[in-house]
Design a protein around this ligand. Structure first.
Ligand code: SF4
Length: 390
């Protein structure tokens, strides 16, 4: 069935390469990204997805903390940082961060994910204290924190060699770096949208230094703003080459751009076609990434459910609070949560097998339902409330 679909779409030459485990070229990537038949693309990506990860879809119980929205970078695509007419500035004290963690202590969270703006007033000690404070409240939790842009600022504050900075951060509790920070590896887009941040080359250098320090990292691509399709494919090819060199990336996540509240507010919103296409092409091009994630906060739970048949094998997690992207521009609403039961429902309804994971995709065997108010109040219901995408 899927072979007929792929054949009728004229994708057999790429199909044959995929089946032979041959690496796809930049031109293949371009042909896939611009192909009119999204379902054929999905069928092709699904062949790789099932070869690499079977019928399983992963999810994680995690908590996000965005410790400050004060930022001196002024990226045009960003609605998160404090600016006139935008969100009020905040910087969490160490105690506030600990209180956020205490709010969810009844949930067996495996990963705390911390990223934020670049607040030049924060001293080096703040970042080390932040990591120690998280481990004090949740010993054993995996801390995924600080994009390469934050690492550059932490390095500047530390005023010592980068390898020593990474050693300090690791000693204080840092386990891995998230993706993000570079958005898309294109000098043109960098200059137009986020010229005050690291260049692509600088981002790559910090990423390589993180790998050398023994840290794993998670890679992303922000798409749907002013970048072109060739720039997207170039980004994938460059990330694949970096992974060949370091092998330290665990997952790749394409992130759709949401224009609300940004300086690019007149650009169109993401579409289901665009999101599924980005996932499928990523799965096909990134043969050295084990996992492709659909981030439901940006793709919506509904599109993320379908994405399990378009290359994605990971739905991310419970999140709890997220202050960076708002589906409807409602910046007062920081609650963005899916319970474990809701994640399982999204996966099972799509015909996949849910597996709770830790940050390295080891299976977590959980028998609790403590994080699940829907399940507790009505055991029959795993329905997803309409508001959950907010
Ligand atoms: S994307 Fe990050 S670095 Fe850029 S303005 Fe927003 S918070 Fe600052």
């Amino acid at each position: 069935m899927s072979r007929r679909l792929i054949e009728s779409a004229g994708l057999m030459p790429i199909h044959d390469k995929v089946m032979a485990g041959e690496r796809l070229t930049y031109d293949d990537g371009l042909a896939l990204y611009t192909h009119p038949n999204l379902n054929a693309l999905g069928a092709l990506a699904n062949l790789v997805r099932e070869r690499m990860n079977g019928n399983v879809t992963y999810y994680v119980r995690n908590q996000h903390i965005n410790y400050t929205n004060v930022c001196n970078k002024g990226c045009k695509f960003c609605a998160f940082y404090a600016q006139k007419g935008g969100p009020d500035p905040y910087t969490m004290s160490i105690e506030e961060v600990q209180n956020r963690l205490r709010m969810h202590l009844d949930v067996p969270i495996k990963e705390v994910h911390m990223v934020a703006g670049i607040n030049p007033k924060l001293p080096y000690s703040y970042y080390l204290d932040l990591l120690r404070a998280v481990k004090a409240i949740r010993p054993g939790v995996h801390i995924k924190a600080f994009t390469c842009v934050e690492i550059a600022e932490i390095w500047r504050q530390a005023n010592k060699p980068l390898d020593e900075v990474f050693a300090d951060l690791r000693e204080a509790g840092l386990d891995s770096l998230p993706g993000g920070g570079i958005e898309i590896l294109s000098d043109r887009v960098h200059m137009e949208l986020f010229g005050r941040k690291l260049s692509g080359d600088q981002w790559m250098e910090i990423s390589k230094a993180a790998a050398k320090a023994g840290l794993t990292q998670y890679a992303t691509m922000l798409y749907g703003h002013i970048e072109t399709v060739p720039e997207r494919v170039e980004h994938l090819v460059k990330m694949r080459a970096l992974q060949d060199e370091t092998g330290h990336f665990v997952t790749f996540t394409p992130l759709s751009f949401h224009p609300e509240g940004t300086q690019l507010a007149d650009l169109p919103h993401p579409t289901g076609d665009g999101d599924l296409r980005a996932l499928a092409v990523s799965r096909l091009m990134l043969d050295n990434f084990q996992h492709i994630k659909t981030f439901w906060i940006m793709n919506t739970p509904q599109v993320s459910q379908l994405a399990q048949w378009y290359g994605a094998d990971d739905l991310d997690g419970t999140i709890h609070e997220y202050e960076i992207t708002y589906q409807d521009g409602d910046q007062g609403n920081k609650k963005q949560v899916l319970t474990r039961r809701q994640l399982i429902g999204l996966i099972e309804e799509a015909g996949r097998t849910p597996i709770e994971r830790d940050s390295f995709y080891n299976q977590v065997h959980a028998d609790d339902e403590l994080d699940d108010p829907v399940r507790r109040s009505n055991p029959q219901s795993a329905a997803i409330p309409l508001a959950m995408a907010r």
